[in-house]
Design a binder for this molecule. Structure first.
Ligand code: TXA
Ligand code: MG
Length: 328
């Protein structure tokens, strides 16, 4: 069946909800990136996500909820989790929490762990869809495993369009980077993935936390805390060269700020004024756009390592990391 890209009207949302209730896959917009959604309580639906993304089955999935109350029925919220959820939900923050004994989220979403990642998105279309289907939705970013995440319906269609029934089109995503992932399943809070809810913002609520990030990658062979820490990730087809101060004529340039080196075959400036929020929102679209053969590489100008810049640099370091011979 050909994939239908549908503008997210009330009617399209109702149709999408019915498809999800039947166990089908539907891609939908969130404030961060587009998600590849499926009924999180149904094993066969969760299994289809892994197949469509060609995602390794040891990489767990986030379950999305329309309310904190719904999330509380599945995972254990301690006082820290209550406090961060109250501070930042709905919004771009995922919490890794212990599964409750009667948790009805498919074990496939936990990928063999005793924890489940939960998130309450802020995007109206995501929220309307969750309400309409009355189910928690498992939704990873709607890209092929290891590749650049989608921030438009067209990005989704280009990578995995053939494998799903409907893409709800809600225009470009506002934040543009995946949610912050905070693990609260142990006494020491751990930041597993930087995002728009920054380390500084979280520390104000939970106090000290351990940062497990791309510049702290575990030694080879050591167990990964979050499989999303896989070093090569967000990879365009072309090689990525970081901290570029100059550029060759057979390279594409991902620029930032007002002082841009000249001579690139093609340039996209993430933010001519040096605004990190604007840069984050444009990052994945820029990578999709510059990733065109016969160019040799994508050169990336330095981005300041502060606030949202940390999340941007995390994605760029992974995009530039040496890639396994076969993407997993
Ligand atoms: O912004 C987002 O979070 C988007 C939108 C669609 O909500 N979703 C997303 O999902 O980015 P995904 O699957 O691409 O990334 C989820 C990350 C992965 O790094 C995964 O390893 C980690 O969260 N994760 C999920 N469950 C986990 C768990 N139980 N323990 C540790 N890490 C977990
Ligand atoms: Mg992803």
């Amino acid at each position: 069946m050909a994939t239908r890209i549908r503008t997210a009207s009330d009617e399209a949302i109702r149709e999408a909800a019915a498809l999800l209730q039947q166990g089908e896959l539907v891609a939908f917009p969130t404030e961060t990136v587009y998600g590849l959604g499926a009924d999180a309580t149904r094993d066969s639906a969760a299994a289809q996500i892994f197949e469509a993304k060609q995602r390794p089955s040891f990489n767990p999935l986030i379950a999305h909820f329309v309310s904190l109350e719904d999330a509380r029925t599945q995972v254990e919220f301690d006082t820290r989790a209550e406090a961060v959820a109250n501070a930042f939900w709905p919004g771009p923050l995922t919490l890794v929490l212990p599964r409750l004994a009667n948790c009805s989220i498919s074990r496939l979403c936990s990928a063999g762990l005793e924890t489940q990642a939960v998130r309450m998105p802020a995007h109206n279309i995501a929220r309307d869809l969750l309400t309409a289907c009355g189910l928690p939705l498992a939704a990873p970013s709607a890209n092929l495993s290891g590749r650049v995440s989608p921030t438009t319906a067209a990005h989704v269609a280009a990578q995995i369009g053939e494998t799903l029934t409907m893409i709800l089109d809600g225009g470009p995503c506002g934040v543009g980077l995946e949610s912050t992932v905070l693990d609260l399943s142990n006494p020491l809070a751990r930041l597993l993935r930087p995002g728009a809810i920054t380390q500084e913002m979280l520390m104000e609520v939970v106090g000290p936390l351990e940062v497990v990030s791309s510049d702290h990658v575990p030694p080879e062979g050591a167990a990964l805390t979050s499989p999303g820490q896989m070093i090569s990730h967000y990879a365009p087809t072309l090689p990525v060269r970081l901290n570029a101060g100059d550029v060759d004529q057979d390279e594409a340039l991902l620029a930032f700020g007002p002082d841009v080196p000249i001579g690139a075959a093609q340039t996209v400036n993430l933010s001519p004024t040096g605004d990190l929020v604007e840069a984050a929102a444009r990052l994945f679209d820029a990578l999709h756009c510059l990733d065109r053969k016969p160019l040799r590489a994508i050169a990336v100008m330095p981005i300041p390592e502060e606030g949202l810049g940390r999340a941007i640099n995390d994605r760029l370091r992974r995009a530039a990391a040496p890639r396994p011979p076969v993407q997993g």
